[in-house]
Design a protein around this ligand. Structure first.
Ligand code: PHB
Length: 386
């Protein structure tokens, strides 16, 4: 049987102590200026027994803001803030990557520099999906994503340099690597989707090479900055969160991308197989999507690196069954990591899991429901902060 507790190499470069991943989760506890702080460092440090932590997604630039209070990775203060986080995780013996995104059309003028329109692959808005932004009175709440402005070809090329700077910043901030968020209907996926990307330039929708050009240029920039063993890519093939139209070429694109990432020696592909219908993060019901093993086997054949599977896992048994298929190498546990800082030990020993209260997922209530979950120490500690 394949164990979750065997070590795993990423790209022959980074050795992980087990096959458990804490995937990126927005928690909205940043300080002013979208800066990570000591509280956030404590939170990640508490979870350092995961084989790999991928930190909550960071904005590549001010134009990438779709959700208030998510951290950035483009100012000196943000880099210093992340330094607190990576130092604490390393002090506890953990490994931490930075997930980096541009939200593209999933934004709102109230969050954009000078109130400008969100950046789009086309002018097509995400009609049924919300972002976390300011209303006319300046109050924060969920509201429909704004109408995007179609980026000019040169602006798309310039974005590659913006990402390259963020990768350099990730290194300065002490991250062990970076994960590109090319999933869930954000910019990199907006370009890949053949139904949404109707452009006719070199980043346009006509061929798979053109649709994936932006992703590949960004991957190449990451590989140049950090080396391929320190680069991962998150994909959500067949997902429709954030009003992504159904893509008749989704499988073709997935297999092409897998092959190209393999050629570049990229460390891992992080597959998200849990679908969220339209709406927003607060109200969304997650729909379990049973991964099509035939498709996964094709990804496996195309990509020689590590494959991480994320999608509603809550037990060791489920995770080891998934590893037992031989189709994936590591398992990500999202929500269980919120209430169980020592999730790896709990899974190893069969200790019960605490269930975190969803109302504290995205709040400004600091440590409440964030860093106040105890490690397991016998039955009396099990209730956690549920
Ligand atoms: C997502 O990956 O869908 C996502 C990430 C961060 C957020 C919201 C959504 O704040």
């Amino acid at each position: 049987m394949v164990s979750l507790f065997e070590s795993q190499w990423l790209g022959g470069t980074v050795q992980l102590k087990n096959r458990i991943v804490m995937p990126p989760m927005t928690r909205t506890r940043t300080s002013d200026g979208d800066v990570p702080n000591a509280l956030i460092a404590t939170y990640y440090g508490q979870r350092a027994t995961a084989g790999l932590i991928v930190a909550e997604v960071a904005d590549v630039a001010p134009s990438s803001k779709g959700y208030a209070k998510t951290p950035g990775l483009y100012t000196d203060a943000q880099i210093q803030g992340w330094r607190l986080v990576t130092d604490e995780v390393h002090r506890k013996g953990g490994t931490i990557f930075s997930q980096i995104w541009h939200v593209g059309r999933m934004a709102h003028p109230s969050l954009m520099p000078n109130g400008e329109a969100p950046w789009g692959v086309t002018e097509q808005p995400a009609e049924n999906s919300d972002v976390f932004a300011h209303d006319a009175e300046g109050k924060l709440g969920y509201m429909r994503a704004g109408k995007p402005r179609r980026l000019e070809t040169e602006e798309v090329s310039a974005l590659v340099d913006t990402f390259a700077q963020a990768f350099a910043n990730a290194r300065l901030a002490g991250f062990d690597g970076v994960e590109l968020h090319a999933a869930n209907g954000y910019l990199l996926e907006q370009f890949m989707n053949s139904a949404l990307n109707t452009r006719t330039d070199r980043y346009g929708g006509r061929s798979v090479e053109d649709r994936t050009r932006l992703l590949m240029e960004v991957v190449d920039a990451a590989v140049r900055e950090l080396g391929p063993g320190r680069v991962g890519v998150r994909l959500s093939p067949f997902g429709y969160f954030n009003s992504m139209p159904e893509d008749p070429l989704a499988e073709e694109t997935l297999l092409y991308v897998s092959k190209q990432l393999g050629r570049r020696g990229v460390a891992y592909i992080h597959l998200l197989y849990e679908l969220m219908p339209t709406g927003n993060m607060e109200t969304a019901e997650f729909e379990k999507h049973h991964i099509d093993h035939a498709v996964l086997a094709k990804v496996r054949a195309a990509f020689p690196g590590t494959i991480i599977w994320c999608g509603g896992f809550t037990s060791r048994e489920q995770a080891e069954d998934a590893l037992g298929t031989g189709l994936v190498d590591m398992i990500a546990f999202g929500r269980p990591y919120i209430g169980n800082p020592d999730l790896a030990e709990r899974l190893r020993h069969g200790w019960p899991l605490a269930v975190a209260d969803r109302s504290s997922y995205y709040t400004r209530r600091g440590e409440v429901g964030f860093t106040d979950f105890p490690v397991y120490s016998g039955d009396s500690a099990v209730q956690g902060a549920a």
